[in-house]
Design a protein around this ligand. Sequence first.
Ligand code: SAM
Length: 221
Amino acid sequence: MNPYLPDRDIYRRARERMVAQQIAARGITDQRVLEAMRKVPRHLFVEEALRDQAYADYPLPIGEGQTISQPYIVALMTEALELKGEEKVLEVGTGSGYQTAILAELARWVYSIERHSRLLERARRVLEALGYRNIFLRVGDGTKGWPEAAPFEAIIVTAAGPKVPEPLLEQLAEGGRLVMPVGDEYSQYLVKVVKRGGTFHRQVLEPVRFVKLVGEYGFAE
Ligand code: SAM
């Protein structure tokens, strides 16, 4: 049996419940985000032994000491990017590839960078099997961005750094939105930066807890 075929999707009801109880009930209203989260089969982005927990209200381990983020946090960060469908988006921290798939549902092109090649190759296999054709993946230090593909209308960083990396601000398009957890290793706030008239407007969203952003413009390993 091919678990990637939609009619084999035994988790559809779990996904609908997840969206209703964890996401819409907590104030996410962007209908496109809610629809994408109802559609993307999150259980395929975690290892088989964890599939029954894939729609629970917490992050899960994905190997290499990393995690797939809690569904609500994925929704919150995605909504903050204000995607309408035509954007080029940069994601730093591909991880399982789940957030990448959500972005690919909502934007024109997604560029995603992951520092662990093993995680990236696993994410690539799942995303390809699901049929996504608007995603570019690369192994590397995402704190330096993806200059050849810049500027980006939206940038999402799914690991926490001490500050927003300078190269990412440089690669943000005019009118663009960047969302990222900023703080120390143990506690952080989700920060949204909007570039308007050449200046950066910063807004603090919610306290969060993420794994470390490791790289030249992040934390040391
Ligand atoms: N968005 C992911 C998902 O849906 O599964 C969650 C990613 S996890 C919370 C954060 C990821 O960021 C980890 O896979 C980690 O290896 C990666 N990471 C940390 N520092 C990085 C860097 N400088 N460049 C690229 N990836 C990085």
